[in-house]
Design a protein around this ligand. Structure first.
Ligand code: ADP
Length: 550
């Protein structure tokens, strides 16, 4: 309503109401005008009939006196009648237009001053022939004060009794003897017409106001209000507030429009939720792909790093190995030479121990650099694992570590370098045991993932776990946490990087999941041999290393 009130000429309802009101105003004004004019005509007609009747009465009542040429009585009667307040004047004219008698005495004897046009109908010979004489003439004239006067002129025709009268005033051949003119004021007719005009105008204005009021009310309830609701709703929809609904107030076209709007809003809401879902899915996919790309990139970097490092360490190890062998040999000799003082032999033993440690590191470095070409043959992975555990079981038992094995039956043999894979398993089992210094449980499982064409080995411990910030680094060469004082361990940081290289060269993957305080799970995936693969599923992928906290 507010909007409509503010902009009446710009709103549809405003235009409709203004136009309809104008049409109504013109129609009612025309109707009132026609009605007023018609009534005025009726009043005038009545007045004319009254004056004419009066003229006839005068002529009839004076007829006898006229025959007897009793003019005084006739004039007296006219005077009496002329005293009536509505009668302006009564006059008697002869056939030449001379006023023979008038209630206005001053005009007696004068020739009538009627305008020529009014008289021509009877007095102009040319017109009079084609214009049959009338018994009476009616005219409305105005006196000098502007008051309307009705003039009725009644012809006095010659009758046999007139020409035969004793006075012999009129010859028998005369057709018209004269005329009686009665003039009556139309003041009362004007008053009545004015009263009626005022009433009609008041009625017309009231009618107009009522109709316009009804129009405004109906337009507001039937058009403005529903259209306003639709407008508000469409604004909300434009601002993507798709939970709003229009309440259909009627069963007409606007009601149907409101229902269509609601349906359209529902469809828009549905489309938006589908779009949002799609966006979420897309975002998730983009994130997934980005993570994969990042992983592939880090893999590539690591592979390149390992390759160049491999070459470097191979050279260094080779160069160091010979001097180390000499140092070890002479230090052993010194340590066992009883001729030397005890302190010197003790120092020599320290040199032997440390040199052995260096030799171990060099051995590892050589292994790390040599892992590029595996000598593969079909071998059962559970057998390799059992061989590995046979070496370590005793130490594990001493550390109160329980080893549980869960191998799927009927696992196929796969193409591997048994020595290298055993080295991987040794690294992982040793690391797991070292992560459980106070004992624990080591779960080793193997299963075939035939859909993905992998044989999956999991080595799970419930040791101290790997901190989140270390996870991305544990496969880097020389990354170790075992050098920290208080651990009582020494590490080279090459075990996992060597294992990583071995598994990579086998076309497999290593994954790790760890939670500090709860344990670590290493997953080694090695491709099934071609003869053992099922046709379904993805082809084996490149090496993939994952590391995340559980
Ligand atoms: P090293 O054993 O000589 O330290 P590795 O490459 O084998 O080198 O291991 C790197 C590091 O990964 C270890 O120092 C240790 O911090 C972490 N790590 C590996 N395996 C485990 C495990 N099962 N539990 C906890 N930490 C582990």
């Amino acid at each position: 309503m507010g909007l409509w009130m503010r902009l009446p000429c710009r709103s549809l309802a405003g235009k409709f109401t203004v136009c309809t009101s104008l049409v109504l105003l013109v129609t009612i004004a025309c109707f009132a005008y026609v009605t007023i004019e018609a009534l005025r005509g009726v009043f005038l007609e009545e007045a004319q009939d009254d004056v004419e009747t009066l003229s006839e009465i005068i002529l009839h009542t004076t007829h006898l006196q006229m025959l007897e040429d009793n003019r005084d009585v006739v004039y007296k009667m006219m005077d009496e009648v002329g005293k009536h307040k509505t009668i302006g004047r009564i006059r008697l004219l002869d056939d030449r237009g001379t006023i023979r008698y008038s209630t206005h005495a001053n005009e007696i004897g004068r020739v009538t001053d009627q305008p020529a046009d009014d008289c021509q109908d009877c007095h102009c010979p040319e017109i009079a022939e084609s214009f049959p004489p009338m018994e009476s003439r009616r005219r409305v004239i105005r006196d000098c004060s502007g008051t309307e006067i009705l003039s009725v002129t009644k012809l006095i025709e010659n009758q046999p009794a007139c020409s035969a009268a004793a006075c012999h005033v009129h010859p028998p051949e005369a057709r018209i003897l004269g005329a009686l003119e009665v003039q009556a004021s139309l003041h009362s007719v004007g008053v009545h017409a004015d009263t009626y005009r005022k009433n009609v105008l008041a009625f017309a204005v009231s009618l107009l106001l009522i109709i316009v009021g009804c129009l405004v009310w109906l337009t507001h309830h039937l058009v403005v209000s529903p259209v306003h609701s639709l407008l508000l709703h469409s604004r909300k929809v434009a601002q993507m507030e798709l939970d709003s609904h229009v309440v259909p107030t009627s069963a007409d076209e606007l009601g149907a429009l409101a229902r269509e709007f609601n349906e359209m809003t529902d469809r828009l809401r549905q489309a938006r939720s589908e779009y949002e879902q799609l966006t979420e899915t897309l975002e998730a996919k983009v994130q997934e792909r980005t993570a994969e790309i990042a992983q592939m990139h880090s893999q590539l970097v690591r592979s390149e790093k390992l390759a160049s490092l491999g070459k470097l360490v191979a050279g260094i190890a080779h160069e160091i190995n010979n001097p180390l062998a000499g140092i070890l040999m002479f230090a052993t000799l010194f340590a066992e030479d009883r001729s030397l003082p005890k302190e010197m032999r003790e120092d020599a033993r320290i040199i032997v121990r440390e040199t052995q440690r260096c030799a171990e590191i060099v051995k590892r470095l050589l292994e790390f650099s040599r892992n590029s070409i595996p000598r593969k043959k079909l071998k059962s992975l559970p057998v390799i694992m059992d061989d590995t555990l046979a070496l370590l079981e005793h130490q594990a038992a001493l550390n109160e570590i329980e080893i549980l094995r869960g191998y799927d039956p009927m696992l196929p043999e796969i193409l591997v370098d048994p020595a290298q894979i055993e080295q991987v398993f040794v690294n992982m089992v040793v690391n797991a045991c070292q992560a459980m210094p106070n004992g624990g449980r080591l779960d080793i499982a193997m299963r075939a993932d035939r859909d993905r064409h992998y044989l999956v080995t999991t080595i799970a411990d419930n040791g101290h776990g790997i901190p989140r910030e270390h996870l991305p680094k544990i496969f880097d060469p020389f990354f170790t946490t075992k050098d920290h004082p208080g651990t009582g361990l020494t590490g080279t940081g090459l075990g996992l990087s060597v294992s990583y290289g071995i598994i990579q060269n086998h076309g497999g993957r290593i994954g790790v999941v760890s939670e500090v305080g709860r344990g670590t799970v290493f997953t080694v995936e090695l491709p099934l041999a071609a003869s053992t693969m099922l046709p379904a599923g993805d082809p084996p992928g490149n090496l993939c290393v994952t590391g995340r906290n559980v």
